[in-house]
Design a protein around this ligand. Structure first.
Ligand SMILES: *Cc1c(COP(=O)(O)O)cnc(C)c1O
Length: 370
């Protein structure tokens, strides 16, 4: 699905030098590279504070801790997401309130969020799925009106712009009270291990986050709150600093591949190409088709035989997962999510796809329908 080998080959010299420099420095934890990456990312996102941490799941967890969410508080999010979003809500003893998504964008449906708000609601977690922003303006308005926090799960959309109705733009992750991201290797900005970060423009919240990711410790060995150990290591930070410089070019390469796919599939009656919306750019973390009239796992198997990887993100919505079964929910409650989970398939999408590969992939997909 991704070609990290070829990507590495293109930036090998820069990366090797940076990694060796960190090894030689022996400052493996909280070294100067971490601070430098933090500042580079603050500038890139135009956000006041970036707090690096160990992974994207931790980023979500420490965000909810910093906001002081308490057991029984309701957190609204989508049933069509990667498990981490719902997992941390459950781990903290909060109540996940799941809602349906928009059938075209796969993202949380603001109308559904509106209906799910109760006096216990404390936060909304929009997930910018597959590389495109959720429709934030109505969500931010609702949050303002009801005094709710907005925590953006930006693990799949780093580098995307949200475009407001007045034409102004902000990077996704910098719109709500807190933004979270992951630097897992296959993410759009990926390191060579685990990594994550939290973003905020709120100074007080940033300070709380810095303390929480460091064992609840402000002064060494004095613990004022319960925290966690969640750090980005210096080697990963050095790698990310270099890859961040290439992020916009990587996004452009993904968009070029997406345009090739679009062109090949747009008129096919059995395939629906990913929708574009006026309120967001797309960074194509995934290129996800909706399939009609054929067995999607059959198509996946057919492609596998031709050495083309294809994945189903996600085959089972959160409300139908064993771990998250809840008497409040049953099959049929989120018809859009359930329909999508039966019809989506994602094709290879990365920064190194060349025209020959794209031609092979598209003609192979189309030949399945013959
Ligand atoms: C990858 C991902 C996460 C979790 O990130 P990790 O670094 O793997 O913990 C959270 N949410 C979404 C939507 C993701 O895609």
């Amino acid at each position: 699905m991704v070609d990290l080998k070829r990507q590495y080959a293109h930036i090998r010299q820069e990366l090797d030098e940076a990694v060796l420099q960190v090894i030689g420095s022996t400052q493996y934890i909280n070294g100067p590279e971490v601070k430098a990456f933090q500042q580079d990312l603050e500038a890139y996102l135009d956000v006041k504070h970036v707090i690096p941490c160990a992974n994207g799941t931790d980023a979500l967890q420490v965000s909810m801790m910093a906001l002081g969410l308490q057991p029984g508080d309701e957190v609204i999010t989508t049933s069509f997401t990667f498990v981490a979003t719902v997992e941390v809500i459950a781990l903290l003893g909060l109540t996940p309130v799941l809602v349906d998504v928009d059938p075209d964008t796969f993202n949380i449906d603001p109308e559904a969020v509106k209906k799910a708000i109760t006096p216990k609601t404390k936060a909304i977690v929009p997930v910018h799925l597959f590389g495109q922003s959720a429709h934030m303006e109505p969500l931010l308005e609702m949050a303002g009106k009801h005094g709710l926090y907005v925590i953006e799960d930006n693990a799949q959309a780093i580098g995307a712009d949200y475009i407001f109705a007045d034409g102004s733009r902000r990077k996704t992750g910098a719109l709500g009270h807190i933004g979270c991201t992951s630097f897992f290797p296959s993410k759009n900005l990926g390191c060579y291990g685990d990594g994550g970060a939290v973003f905020t423009n709120d100074e007080a919240l940033a300070q709380k986050l810095r303390v929480i990711v460091n064992h609840g410790m402000e002064v060494r060995y004095y613990h004022d709150s319960v925290g966690v150990n969640s750090r980005l290591d210096s080697i990963q930070a050095a790698i990310l600093r270099i890859k961040l410089r290439h992020l916009d070019a990587y996004t452009a390469a993904r968009n070029k591949a997406a345009a090739f796919y679009d062109n090949a599939f747009k008129n096919h009656p059995g395939l629906t190409i990913p929708a574009r919306v006026p309120y967001s750019t797309h960074v194509f973390h995934q290129y996800t088709l909706k399939v009609d009239g054929v067995d999607r796992f059959g198509l996946q198997e057919y492609l596998r035989e031709k050495d083309i990887p294809a994945m189903v993100y996600y085959p089972v919505p959160m409300h139908l997962q064993k771990a998250y079964m809840d008497p409040r929910y049953k099959a049929g409650d989120f018809p859009v999510t359930e329909d999508l989970s039966e019809r989506v398939i994602s094709l290879p999408m990365h920064t190194e796809l060349d025209e020959e590969q794209l031609q092979y992939i598209t003609s192979s997909v189309l030949s399945y329908f013959d």
